[in-house]
Design a protein around this ligand. Structure first.
Ligand code: C2E
Ligand code: CA
Ligand code: CA
Length: 404
């Protein structure tokens, strides 16, 4: 009579909760696997004790648990899930240590989301995965849009692996013009992917490449291709620089500097012709390491730009610490330059002036915006008003048309 038969009935609606601990890996890494194992069994006990006899409970793997309960409605199920997260987030104390972890829960509903056990678990897992990215420590439900989104993402990830070797990646170039003379002084290289699914913009795949460990290879390809093309531009106009966007993973890579040096050597490239664009968000983690990396690059004679400036977490005063060469004011402030954007732009210009940074305004779309920015003494302008990003041949023509 020891067997516990859970009286859940297939006729009723059920909620499948996929529970994943937040921060558990950190415990294994810092306190060792023995402590990790003990915390895990305490966590398992909490899941079990929180549930009633009529609910199914199991460990799914690693730091993942499943609970199946009768679904009386979203409110009730959510209350249960939130209560469970609260319970799981209480400190784990065992003699010598006291650790805190959290939990994120994804939920799928039977029969609404599927009739199959495997699929229900998979859907709850998807909901959990998405929730972790958006807001750890909270509860999220599966829905059809999410399934399609993740399916597309996994599909892109798989195709991205072979994108470079299939020659599907391409760079386009957008001019950055001197606000006073109107002459192009640099091009920003922007990545495009001509995939089997059609043209895909970087906003849709850079993050995926970052998540699935493909960004270093792609980044290296971009760097090399951009420098190669810059050499062609420089044959027409020797002072032209090339601006390359890099992601944080790539920037922090210990091989990054060496890779750049190799590219310079291979293409006999003058380092001052390369500008590297990073965003404020880079500074959120390991600020000291980042500043060291910036210094090292600057010592090679490469210039560093802060991209999308003003949209990140940092305050204007942090511009002082960044030690960069160029600040790119984000498009959102240019969009609102006839309103609230103006005071931000003015403040950035003021500080940039004090610190000797060059300022680029991005996303300039109208003559009026360009005029206001010029009157404010912004150094460089970039945006559709001057030109959209172009294929290399058109960019070269653009350059030649200015030279004459
Ligand atoms: P970003 O670096 O801020 O690049 C500027 C984006 O704004 C580009 O979009 C450009 O086409 C667009 N843009 C420029 N002027 C205007 C304008 O006047 N109006 C409007 N509406 N848009 C304008 P794109 O090419 O889709 O790139 C999006 C983002 O993807 C880039 O933002 C950058 O963060 C990232 N990215 C692009 N190429 C690379 C790359 O090679 N490596 C990495 N890591 N990221 C890249
Ligand atoms: Ca950029
Ligand atoms: Ca930008």
């Amino acid at each position: 009579m020891g067997v516990r038969i859970a009286p859940v009935y297939a006729e009723q609606s059920l909620a499948i909760l996929f529970i994943d601990l937040d921060g558990f890996k950190g415990i294994n890494d810092t306190l060792g696997h023995e402590v990790g194992d003990r915390v895990l069994s305490m966590a398992a006990l909490r899941v079990k004790n929180f549930s009633t006899d009529s609910q199914l409970v199991c460990r799914w793997g690693g730091d993942e648990f499943l609970v199946v309960l009768s679904h009386e409605g979203h409110q009730q199920t959510s209350t249960f899930a939130k209560g469970l997260i609260e319970k799981m987030s209480e400190p784990y104390v065992d003699g010598t240590y006291r650790v805190t972890i959290g939990a994120t829960i994804g939920i799928s509903i039977y029969p609404e989301h599927s009739q199959s056990k495997e699929e229900l678990i998979q859907h709850a897992d998807m909901a959990m995965y998405q929730q972790k990215r958006q807001a750890k420590g909270s509860v999220g439900y599966f829905n059809e849009t999410l399934r399609l989104q993740l399916q597309r993402e996994f599909n892109l990830r798989d195709q991205l692996i072979t994108a470079a070797e299939k020659d599907e990646l391409n760079l386009v170039y957008q001019p950055i013009v001197n606000a006073k003379t109107g002459k192009v002084e640099a091009f920003e290289a922007l990545l495009r992917w001509n995939s089997a699914l059609g043209l895909i913009m970087p906003d849709q795949f850079i993050a995926i490449a970052g998540q699935y460990g493909q960004i270093k290879n792609i980044g290296l390809w971009v760097l090399e291709r951009a420098c190669q093309q810059a050499k062609v531009f420089q044959q027409r106009s020797p002072e032209i620089a090339i601006c390359v966007n890099v992601s944080v993973v790539q920037f922090q890579d210990e091989d990054f500097i060496e890779q750049i040096s190799n590219v310079f050597q291979k293409h006999d490239f003058e380092p001052s012709g390369l500008h590297i664009e990073i965003t404020e968000s880079f500074f959120a983690s390991d600020k000291l390491g980042l500043m060291k990396q910036i210094k090292a690059l600057q010592e090679m004679d490469i210039q560093i730009s802060i991209d999308d400036f003003g949209t990140g977490y940092s305050s204007l005063s942090s511009m002082q610490d960044m030690g960069v060469d160029i600040v790119k004011i984000d498009k959102s402030f240019v969009d609102t330059i006839q309103g609230s954007g103006l005071s931000i732009i003015t403040a950035v210009l003021h500080i940039a002036n004090e610190l000797n940074y060059q300022v680029v305004a991005e996303g300039v779309e109208t003559e009026e915006q360009a005029k206001i920015l010029r009157d404010l003494n912004v150094d460089y302008l970039q945006g559709y008003y001057f030109s959209r990003p172009m294929e290399s041949e058109q960019a070269l023509e653009y350059l030649e048309s200015q030279a004459s």
